[in-house]
Design a protein around this ligand. Sequence first.
Ligand code: HEC
Length: 257
Amino acid sequence: MRKFALTAIAAAFAITSFSASSQAAGNAPVPAAQEWSWNGLFGTYDRAQLQRGLQVYKGVCAGCHSLKYIAFRNLTDIGFNEDQVKAIAADYDIEDGPNEEGEMFSRPGIASDYFPSPFPNDQAAAASNGGSIPPDLSLMTKARVNGPDYVFGLLTGYEEEAPEGFDLAEGKHYNHYFPGHQISMAPPLYDDAVEYTDGTPATIEQHAHDVVAFLNWTAQPELEARKSMGMKVILFLIVLTAMLYALKRKIWSDIEH
Ligand code: HEC
């Protein structure tokens, strides 16, 4: 039994150190940990921040990146009412069809539509972006190690010039956090890239924090429900333990000891 336990511990060690070293194998530096509103046991999303992040996505990222797993009606989750959702959806042209003549047609979006992709197909996306396809952003913060910190680092980690001796390919940009440092995405953010409706000063860092918060919601919309369920389970276990302890004392109280 003891031998088994030791082997299990050794195996766990081997697995964790292997995954740590495979992360370190990429030559990109580890992004600094940011303070996110959803960190910690009681952390929740900040609705105002998510709405600002949506503004950044719509105003900047949506030009190149799709968000194909998010429907407009999901936006009620971040504090919009149904009329607001309808208005946001109606801003988009959605391809629909075929109609009775067999033609595809375009119509204003409705709440049950999904965010449309900026390009009709991957070839068009690659042709507009120097051969690289901008990936869908719906699940991005889950798809990368330390996703939120990494995407924040990526958005704020551009350098005007590559360091001396770095061979930057034509059409690529030097980014501190992108693995290999050469990225096809030009720096997407600049001060006042969007004008926030709530008057928040629109610096690059503010844009980056807000859009990452929004993208973390698109990747983990269930995060708050999951945390509150976790708290309920812990509370239940505490109460159950107290009751079992009281019961045990009651049962043993007649017995001499
Ligand atoms: C002009 C087009 C364009 C815009 C605007 C743009 N991107 Fe990109 N983005 C790209 C391209 C192209 C790539 C693929 C880069 C590569 O593989 O070299 C990319 C890649 C990414 C990646 C993936 C990096 C990785 O680790 O693979 C993230 C995350 C990202 N973009 C986030 C954003 C966010 C957030 C915004 C809005 C603030 C944005 N992008 C705006 C073109 C764009």
